[in-house]
Design a protein around this ligand. Structure first.
Ligand SMILES: O=C(O)[C@@H](O)C(=O)CO
Ligand code: MG
Length: 260
Protein backbone atom coordinates (compact mmCIF):
# COMPACT_ATOMS: atom_id res chain seq x y z
CA UNK A 1 0.00 0.00 0.00
CA UNK A 2 1.51 3.37 -0.94
CA UNK A 3 2.52 5.77 1.84
CA UNK A 4 0.97 9.09 0.88
CA UNK A 5 2.51 12.39 1.99
CA UNK A 6 0.30 15.47 1.96
CA UNK A 7 2.00 18.39 0.19
CA UNK A 8 1.31 21.14 2.73
CA UNK A 9 2.23 23.87 0.26
CA UNK A 10 -0.69 22.96 -2.07
CA UNK A 11 -3.13 21.05 0.17
CA UNK A 12 -5.08 22.24 3.22
CA UNK A 13 -4.54 25.86 2.22
CA UNK A 14 -7.92 26.55 3.83
CA UNK A 15 -5.93 26.98 7.06
CA UNK A 16 -2.62 28.73 7.90
CA UNK A 17 0.55 26.75 7.13
CA UNK A 18 1.35 25.65 10.70
CA UNK A 19 -2.23 24.36 11.16
CA UNK A 20 -2.03 22.14 8.06
CA UNK A 21 -0.12 19.36 9.83
CA UNK A 22 -3.03 18.64 12.16
CA UNK A 23 -5.51 19.01 9.28
CA UNK A 24 -3.61 16.44 7.19
CA UNK A 25 -3.34 14.03 10.12
CA UNK A 26 -7.08 14.36 10.77
CA UNK A 27 -7.67 13.12 7.20
CA UNK A 28 -5.50 10.06 7.77
CA UNK A 29 -2.11 11.16 6.37
CA UNK A 30 0.99 9.81 8.14
CA UNK A 31 3.44 11.84 6.08
CA UNK A 32 3.84 15.26 4.54
CA UNK A 33 6.10 17.22 2.21
CA UNK A 34 6.70 20.92 2.04
CA UNK A 35 7.95 22.87 -0.94
CA UNK A 36 9.56 25.70 1.06
CA UNK A 37 9.29 25.63 4.89
CA UNK A 38 11.42 28.71 5.38
CA UNK A 39 8.70 31.26 6.17
CA UNK A 40 8.17 29.45 9.48
CA UNK A 41 10.74 28.80 12.20
CA UNK A 42 12.36 25.35 11.80
CA UNK A 43 11.62 24.50 15.42
CA UNK A 44 7.91 25.37 15.02
CA UNK A 45 7.61 23.33 11.81
CA UNK A 46 9.32 20.35 13.39
CA UNK A 47 7.13 20.58 16.48
CA UNK A 48 3.92 20.77 14.43
CA UNK A 49 4.89 17.73 12.36
CA UNK A 50 5.82 15.75 15.48
CA UNK A 51 2.64 16.71 17.35
CA UNK A 52 0.56 15.66 14.34
CA UNK A 53 2.47 12.40 14.04
CA UNK A 54 3.55 13.23 10.49
CA UNK A 55 6.85 12.21 8.94
CA UNK A 56 8.31 15.04 6.86
CA UNK A 57 9.23 13.09 3.74
CA UNK A 58 10.68 15.85 1.55
CA UNK A 59 11.25 19.57 1.24
CA UNK A 60 13.12 21.82 -1.17
CA UNK A 61 16.40 23.60 -0.64
CA UNK A 62 16.07 27.42 -0.85
CA UNK A 63 15.26 28.33 -4.50
CA UNK A 64 16.80 31.82 -4.66
CA UNK A 65 14.44 34.77 -5.07
CA UNK A 66 11.15 33.06 -6.04
CA UNK A 67 9.34 36.39 -6.47
CA UNK A 68 11.91 37.43 -9.06
CA UNK A 69 11.35 34.20 -11.00
CA UNK A 70 14.28 32.22 -9.63
CA UNK A 71 13.55 28.48 -9.39
CA UNK A 72 16.69 27.12 -7.80
CA UNK A 73 20.41 27.91 -7.96
CA UNK A 74 22.21 24.62 -8.63
CA UNK A 75 22.65 25.12 -12.39
CA UNK A 76 22.84 28.92 -12.41
CA UNK A 77 26.30 30.17 -13.42
CA UNK A 78 27.81 32.73 -11.03
CA UNK A 79 25.62 31.84 -8.04
CA UNK A 80 27.82 29.03 -6.62
CA UNK A 81 28.61 30.81 -3.33
CA UNK A 82 24.92 31.53 -2.68
CA UNK A 83 24.06 27.95 -3.59
CA UNK A 84 26.56 26.59 -1.07
CA UNK A 85 25.22 28.93 1.66
CA UNK A 86 21.65 27.79 0.89
CA UNK A 87 22.64 24.24 1.77
CA UNK A 88 23.46 25.30 5.35
CA UNK A 89 19.87 26.50 5.80
CA UNK A 90 18.48 23.34 4.21
CA UNK A 91 20.59 21.16 6.54
CA UNK A 92 19.35 23.22 9.51
CA UNK A 93 15.73 22.58 8.56
CA UNK A 94 16.35 18.92 7.78
CA UNK A 95 17.63 18.53 11.34
CA UNK A 96 14.60 20.18 12.97
CA UNK A 97 12.10 18.55 10.61
CA UNK A 98 13.75 15.15 11.00
CA UNK A 99 13.72 14.85 7.21
CA UNK A 100 16.39 12.80 5.44
CA UNK A 101 16.00 13.95 1.84
CA UNK A 102 16.12 17.36 0.21
CA UNK A 103 15.11 18.37 -3.31
CA UNK A 104 17.71 20.66 -4.86
CA UNK A 105 16.28 22.76 -7.66
CA UNK A 106 18.35 23.43 -10.77
CA UNK A 107 17.05 26.87 -11.66
CA UNK A 108 15.94 28.77 -14.75
CA UNK A 109 18.82 29.20 -17.21
CA UNK A 110 18.80 30.96 -20.60
CA UNK A 111 19.32 28.34 -23.34
CA UNK A 112 22.51 30.04 -24.52
CA UNK A 113 24.06 29.30 -21.10
CA UNK A 114 23.06 25.63 -20.97
CA UNK A 115 26.52 24.27 -21.82
CA UNK A 116 28.15 26.20 -18.97
CA UNK A 117 25.15 25.51 -16.74
CA UNK A 118 25.58 21.75 -17.04
CA UNK A 119 29.14 21.97 -15.69
CA UNK A 120 27.95 24.26 -12.87
CA UNK A 121 25.10 21.84 -12.10
CA UNK A 122 27.42 18.84 -11.83
CA UNK A 123 29.90 20.77 -9.67
CA UNK A 124 27.19 22.10 -7.33
CA UNK A 125 25.39 18.77 -7.02
CA UNK A 126 28.66 16.96 -6.30
CA UNK A 127 29.37 19.48 -3.54
CA UNK A 128 25.81 19.13 -2.19
CA UNK A 129 25.95 15.33 -2.21
CA UNK A 130 29.24 15.33 -0.32
CA UNK A 131 28.03 17.93 2.21
CA UNK A 132 24.71 16.18 2.79
CA UNK A 133 26.27 12.73 2.92
CA UNK A 134 28.05 13.95 6.05
CA UNK A 135 24.62 14.64 7.53
CA UNK A 136 23.25 11.29 6.29
CA UNK A 137 20.91 13.12 3.92
CA UNK A 138 19.84 12.26 0.37
CA UNK A 139 19.88 14.77 -2.48
CA UNK A 140 17.01 14.58 -4.96
CA UNK A 141 16.70 16.18 -8.39
CA UNK A 142 13.30 16.58 -10.04
CA UNK A 143 12.66 16.98 -13.77
CA UNK A 144 9.98 19.67 -14.18
CA UNK A 145 7.97 20.28 -17.32
CA UNK A 146 8.66 23.59 -19.13
CA UNK A 147 4.98 24.44 -19.40
CA UNK A 148 4.69 24.83 -15.64
CA UNK A 149 8.19 26.21 -15.19
CA UNK A 150 9.44 27.92 -18.41
CA UNK A 151 13.21 27.80 -18.81
CA UNK A 152 13.77 25.32 -15.99
CA UNK A 153 17.06 23.54 -16.55
CA UNK A 154 16.08 19.90 -15.83
CA UNK A 155 12.98 18.76 -17.70
CA UNK A 156 13.29 15.07 -18.63
CA UNK A 157 13.72 12.00 -16.39
CA UNK A 158 16.29 10.54 -18.80
CA UNK A 159 18.42 13.68 -18.33
CA UNK A 160 18.22 13.18 -14.57
CA UNK A 161 19.57 9.64 -15.07
CA UNK A 162 22.49 11.12 -17.03
CA UNK A 163 23.30 13.39 -14.07
CA UNK A 164 23.18 10.45 -11.65
CA UNK A 165 25.45 8.44 -13.97
CA UNK A 166 27.96 11.29 -14.26
CA UNK A 167 28.18 12.00 -10.52
CA UNK A 168 28.09 8.44 -9.19
CA UNK A 169 27.01 9.63 -5.73
CA UNK A 170 25.36 7.02 -3.49
CA UNK A 171 23.08 9.67 -1.95
CA UNK A 172 21.87 11.24 -5.22
CA UNK A 173 18.39 10.21 -6.35
CA UNK A 174 15.52 11.22 -8.58
CA UNK A 175 12.37 12.86 -7.26
CA UNK A 176 10.04 11.35 -9.86
CA UNK A 177 7.06 13.65 -10.22
CA UNK A 178 4.66 11.68 -12.42
CA UNK A 179 2.73 14.79 -13.42
CA UNK A 180 5.80 16.39 -14.98
CA UNK A 181 7.14 13.10 -16.33
CA UNK A 182 3.91 12.29 -18.14
CA UNK A 183 4.00 15.68 -19.85
CA UNK A 184 7.68 15.64 -20.86
CA UNK A 185 8.60 12.02 -21.47
CA UNK A 186 5.75 9.60 -20.71
CA UNK A 187 6.64 5.93 -20.38
CA UNK A 188 5.84 6.12 -16.67
CA UNK A 189 5.62 2.43 -15.82
CA UNK A 190 8.69 1.50 -17.94
CA UNK A 191 10.72 4.22 -16.20
CA UNK A 192 9.52 3.11 -12.75
CA UNK A 193 10.27 -0.56 -13.41
CA UNK A 194 13.68 0.24 -14.84
CA UNK A 195 14.86 2.80 -12.28
CA UNK A 196 13.05 2.28 -8.98
CA UNK A 197 16.35 1.89 -7.10
CA UNK A 198 17.32 5.40 -8.26
CA UNK A 199 14.00 7.01 -7.23
CA UNK A 200 13.85 8.22 -3.62
CA UNK A 201 10.51 10.03 -3.78
CA UNK A 202 7.48 10.10 -6.06
CA UNK A 203 4.87 12.80 -6.50
CA UNK A 204 1.44 12.51 -8.10
CA UNK A 205 -1.17 14.83 -9.59
CA UNK A 206 -3.82 14.59 -12.29
CA UNK A 207 -2.76 15.06 -15.92
CA UNK A 208 -3.82 17.41 -17.43
CA UNK A 209 -4.63 20.14 -14.89
CA UNK A 210 -2.55 19.10 -11.87
CA UNK A 211 -5.67 18.46 -9.79
CA UNK A 212 -6.56 15.35 -7.78
CA UNK A 213 -4.89 12.14 -9.13
CA UNK A 214 -8.26 10.53 -9.83
CA UNK A 215 -10.27 9.04 -12.70
CA UNK A 216 -10.28 12.41 -14.51
CA UNK A 217 -6.53 11.99 -15.07
CA UNK A 218 -5.03 10.31 -18.12
CA UNK A 219 -2.77 8.33 -15.79
CA UNK A 220 -4.19 5.14 -14.27
CA UNK A 221 -2.94 5.81 -10.76
CA UNK A 222 -4.40 2.71 -9.05
CA UNK A 223 -2.47 0.62 -11.60
CA UNK A 224 0.71 2.60 -10.78
CA UNK A 225 0.21 2.20 -7.01
CA UNK A 226 -0.15 -1.57 -7.45
CA UNK A 227 3.03 -1.57 -9.54
CA UNK A 228 4.89 0.32 -6.80
CA UNK A 229 3.68 -2.19 -4.21
CA UNK A 230 4.63 -5.15 -6.40
CA UNK A 231 8.05 -3.60 -7.05
CA UNK A 232 8.71 -3.08 -3.33
CA UNK A 233 8.89 0.73 -3.47
CA UNK A 234 9.68 1.90 0.06
CA UNK A 235 9.50 5.65 -0.43
CA UNK A 236 6.65 8.11 -0.02
CA UNK A 237 4.15 9.27 -2.63
CA UNK A 238 3.77 13.03 -2.36
CA UNK A 239 0.30 14.38 -3.12
CA UNK A 240 1.37 17.52 -4.94
CA UNK A 241 -1.74 18.74 -6.65
CA UNK A 242 -4.15 21.70 -6.72
CA UNK A 243 -7.48 20.59 -5.21
CA UNK A 244 -10.47 21.43 -7.42
CA UNK A 245 -12.34 22.60 -4.30
CA UNK A 246 -11.87 22.00 -0.57
CA UNK A 247 -8.91 19.70 0.09
CA UNK A 248 -10.84 17.28 2.27
CA UNK A 249 -13.74 17.01 -0.19
CA UNK A 250 -11.25 16.16 -2.93
CA UNK A 251 -9.66 13.32 -0.97
CA UNK A 252 -12.24 10.77 -2.12
CA UNK A 253 -9.57 9.28 -4.44
CA UNK A 254 -7.40 8.38 -1.41
CA UNK A 255 -10.12 7.00 0.89
CA UNK A 256 -8.97 3.35 0.56
CA UNK A 257 -5.37 4.25 1.42
CA UNK A 258 -5.62 6.87 4.12
CA UNK A 259 -5.95 5.40 7.58
CA UNK A 260 -8.56 7.07 9.72
O1 LIG B 1 6.69 19.79 -8.98
C1 LIG B 1 6.98 20.86 -8.41
O2 LIG B 1 6.74 21.99 -8.86
C2 LIG B 1 7.62 20.76 -7.04
O3 LIG B 1 7.86 19.41 -6.74
C3 LIG B 1 8.85 21.56 -6.80
O4 LIG B 1 9.68 21.12 -6.03
C4 LIG B 1 9.07 22.88 -7.41
O5 LIG B 1 8.05 23.73 -7.01
MG1 MG C 1 6.91 18.02 -7.95
Amino acid sequence: MPRFAANLSLLFTEVPFLDRFAAAAACGFKGCEIQFPYLADANDVGDKAAMAGLKVAMFNAPPGDWAKGERGLAAVPGRQDEFRESLDLAIHYADFLDCDQIHIMAGVVPEEQWEEAFDVYLENLAYACDELAGEKLKVCIEPINPGDMPGYFLTRPDDALTVLDQLERKNLFILYDLYHAQITQGGITDFLEGNLDRIAHIQVAGVPGRNEPDALSELNYPYIYNLLDASGYKGWVGCEYKPRGKTETGLKWAREWLEK
